[in-house]
Design a protein around this ligand. Structure first.
Ligand code: PGA
Length: 251
């Protein structure tokens, strides 16, 4: 089967007031027009500026995603945003289960799965994040952790373009350190095969992104790894030039 078209997604995390966010989004869209890219582009701004960024990107090739959603569609959950709200703000994707949410907010695999289900029900594509800690890697548990997280956090039965999985080793996020290409290839092959075991043959073309210190310097080598279907980029997504440099490194 032909590999799916790569997805290059920017996770802006808790960065960006309205003016910076709209300017960054416009800069990304402008460069994406100049550069004939071999990938789909997505930016995930903070929820406070989601609708403004979505408005600025209307009619461009750049999609917009949320960074989290609640598992319930509405109700007494102060400070949270629901999947229908994220969708209503103009998003088509939403990140769920990022390791920073798992760590900062105690999100479990079951919580993440409920959020992914809510996202799917609202018509969004969930980007489910998984990845081992440094201690788990050192203990030789990486593949077992990834299998367990897929079983626990990925709603079964979603296929093709309905869901995206992001492999983000926790120890690689924001550290400048990455696994070797051999380690990335092994993890991605394992994730693809576990997804098929979990969701059936329709999951064969689910995109599995790599995330964790992806930057213009290492993007070409990492994005060329078989089984890597794009990237989830934090730090390097905050500058349009760097983000587009990563995107134009897609094979
Ligand atoms: P980083 O973040 O690119 O800054 O390492 C990636 C992520 O957390 O999604």
């Amino acid at each position: 089967m032909a590999a799916p078209r790569p997805l290059i997604a920017g996770n802006w995390k808790m960065n960006g007031l309205a003016a910076d966010g709209v300017a960054l989004a416009r800069a990304v869209a402008e460069r994406a027009v100049k550069d004939p890219l071999r990938c789909d582009l997505l930016v995930c701004p903070p929820s406070t500026i989601l609708s403004r960024v979505a408005e600025a990107l209307k009619g461009t090739k750049v999609a917009v995603g949320g960074q989290d959603c609640h598992a319930k569609a509405s109700g007494a959950h102060t400070g949270d945003v629901s999947a229908p709200m994220v969708k209503d703000a103009g998003a088509t994707f939403v990140i769920v289960g990022h390791s920073e949410r798992r760590a900062d907010h105690g999100e479990t695999d079951a919580t993440v799965r409920a959020k992914a289900e809510a996202a799917h029900a609202a018509g969004l594509v969930p980007i489910v994040c998984i990845g081992e800690t440094a201690a788990q890697r050192d203990g030789g548990e990486t593949l077992a952790v990834l299998a367990r997280q897929i079983k626990g956090s990925v709603p079964p039965g979603l296929s093709g373009a309905e869901i995206v999985v992001a492999y983000e080793p926790v120890w690689a996020i924001g550290t400048g350190r990455t696994p070797t290409v051999a380690e990335i290839q092994q993890a991605h092959a394992h994730i693809h095969s576990e997804l098929i075991g979990h969701s059936g043959p329709g999951a064969a073309d689910v995109r599995v992104l790599y995330g964790g210190s992806l930057n213009p310097g290492n993007a070409k080598a990492i994005l060329a790894v078989p089984g890597v279907d794009g990237g989830l980029i934090g730090g390097a997504s905050l500058k349009a030039d760097d983000f587009l440099a990563v995107a134009s490194s897609c094979p």
